[in-house]
Design a protein around this ligand. Structure first.
Ligand SMILES: [Ca+2]
Ligand SMILES: [Ca+2]
Length: 217
């Protein structure tokens, strides 16, 4: 009887021990955090044909004080180079180098400064190196001079498909002079539906943020 009692006590102790472990184990299961659904990046279209649905209506950007329009003519026989401008007059900016599409906004400059492009789309999403994709299909495919570490001096945002109607804002931030650059002339070019809306220039200072242009589609 005594041996049997010890066995019963041993079984009860084991149940308590392993039961406790089991409960402890359940409690230790990592919490599953909700994940944010991120759309896949669009296929980069370099030099593809862009067209808008419906009637093409060129947007009319509102420029802030100090921003001027570039009037230099392009040349259909010129090679397209990576400079933030449509060199060959085909309505696409830096095609073959960066993504083109129905709406393309391209920033270029020529000093070692780290300068960043921000585009706020009608959904309110601010596309930049910090958030390269918008649910509307907008995508930043080129982040230049991040932490002064690469030699690129072009940033580019584009929509492969139809960009949504509504209000767009283009901002530029002079993030760092990278120990070398001073005030830096920048260009911002806009293409819509395969046609250049305009190219604009501004000289931006270290630490400055400028709302270069805004427009409605
Ligand atoms: Ca071009
Ligand atoms: Ca170019």
């Amino acid at each position: 009887m005594k041996k049997g009692l010890w066995m019963v006590l041993a079984v009860l102790a084991a149940l308590a021990l392993f039961g406790g472990c089991y409960i402890t184990g359940r409690a230790a299961v990592p919490t599953v955090h909700a994940t944010v659904s991120t759309p896949p990046p669009p296929t980069v279209v370099v030099g593809g044909t862009a067209s808008v649905s419906g009637t093409y209506v060129a947007p009319r950007p509102v420029l802030v004080s100090g921003v001027t329009t570039i009037t230099a003519a392009c040349d259909p026989n010129a090679p397209e180079v990576l400079n933030g401008l449509d060199d060959n007059c085909n309505g696409q900016i830096d095609e073959g180098w960066v993504g083109s599409g129905n709406l393309q906004i391209t920033l270029g400059w020529s000093t070692p400064a780290d300068i960043d492009l921000y585009v706020v789309d009608p959904s309110g999403t601010e596309i930049s190196y910090m958030q390269t994709q918008s649910p509307t299909g907008g995508f930043l495919d080129r982040d230049a001079r991040g932490a002064c570490t690469n030699g690129e001096v072009v940033e580019n945002v584009y929509w492969n498909g139809q960009p949504p109607a509504g209000h767009y804002v283009i901002r530029v931030n002079y993030y760092s002079n990278c120990d070398a650059a001073g005030p830096t002339p920048i260009t911002v070019s806009i293409s819509y539906g395969g046609q250049i809306v305009g190219a604009y220039q501004y000289t931006i200072g270290d630490g400055q943020t400028v709302e270069i242009a805004s427009f409605d589609l």
